[in-house]
Design a protein around this ligand. Sequence first.
Ligand SMILES: [Zn+2]
Length: 478
Amino acid sequence: MSVLDPSVPIFRYFEEISAVPRGSGNEEGVSRYLAAFAEARGLRYVRDSLNNVVIYKPGSPGRENEAPLMLQAHMDMVCEQDDSSCCAHDFLTEPLRLVREGDLLRADGTTLGADDGVGVSWMLAILESDSLSHPPLECVFTANEETGMDGARGLKKDLITARRMIGLDGHGETVTCVSSSGGRRLLARCPIIFSGNSSPCYLLTVTGLRGGHSGNCIDQGLGNAIKLGFRILYQLLERGVDVRIVRITGGAKTNAIPRQFAVLFASGFSAPMLEKYTDQIAADLKEELLETDPELSIGLEPADRVNSAITQEDTGALITMGYLLPNGMLSRDPVLGIPTVSLNIGILIQTEQFIDFDCCLRSPFRSAREDMSRQIEAVSSVFGGFIQLQNDYDGWGYAKDSPLREALRRVLKERGEELREEATHGGLETGVFKGRYPQMDIITYGPRMSGCHTPQETLELDSFLRSYENLTRLLSAV
Ligand SMILES: [Zn+2]
């Protein structure tokens, strides 16, 4: 039985796609569903090898020759679930269990996928309707947004002829995004060589940090566990401690500020002195981070002796490199008030021959991203290291003139609402499209929802309906 009223198309489609597993990287099923939808309605469509789907719909009667408009949403969703829930949800095979509580919709124990199931169901309802007024539409459903925007980045350029676009990965009903950051992911690689060891070993840990999204939270002064770990190690070196690293780990995701760090190292230094030094440095760090990370905990304990460790010379180079690498917010936009350049050292990866710093670098300016890369390369090269670019996507700068934005402003005004503009230091697919089609006039739009990317994700149903109506008014006006 359906949870939502199936006679309302956006409800029916939202519920239908919620039954199709569609975590990032697992879009085959939903991509086929979208292609079958187009097929059944005789709409022209393209489905590419990345699982992106573009469905084309002619303009409504009398509007066939107007300039086309692109609508866009990502078909994938973040898969997170409550640890406490009794039975684990299998995101690869099981449908989401929708729960309605008054005006709120959520999923039982998991993310809801309103991000961006909302945009997908809106486009399906628009494509299905034969009563709406609209220009020719190019409806783009992208794959794999949440884990690197692979779909948008790989979409063939000539599939889109529109030069105006409504990104339906928005939120807030009366809010539109006007600018997003570009970004790149790169590895700073430090080579290492192991040799025999006969000294005692210790485990140094940094835990209890708050962490956060490296786009939204980078200007909050939060502690980065990896950077703190290297600061402690560097200060130990400075005090004459003979550190030789055995194993080093930190962080979990490139786009999250790391919450933990651990290093196993060998040292012949006096154990009580080592403990004393660590305690002193820890006390300073805790005082510095009292406001942002009150739960910060730094621990040192003896560990089992191991018979090989990174050479003292390579350990020294690695520690100094990690200590010198830039990190955090590096500049702020004086007008928008958001960061313009930032770097997050997100993960430490150890392989046989390298320690890699996996970094997420953000700026709307490609030149600034290149400059940061150069700095990281310069620091790395001093220590025999080098950098490897993983990917790069463009930002979306603020456009003074945007006919679509003004049209949305008028639509909201008719309902007595004021349009609010928002800029983000996060990366959006809108940036990818702006980079590919510089002439594109772009706005974003979406309903009120909260808790995205967490099992607490909820969608306000009234707002879902109301903002859909606003969108259809916008289509009839542009
Ligand atoms: Zn999204």
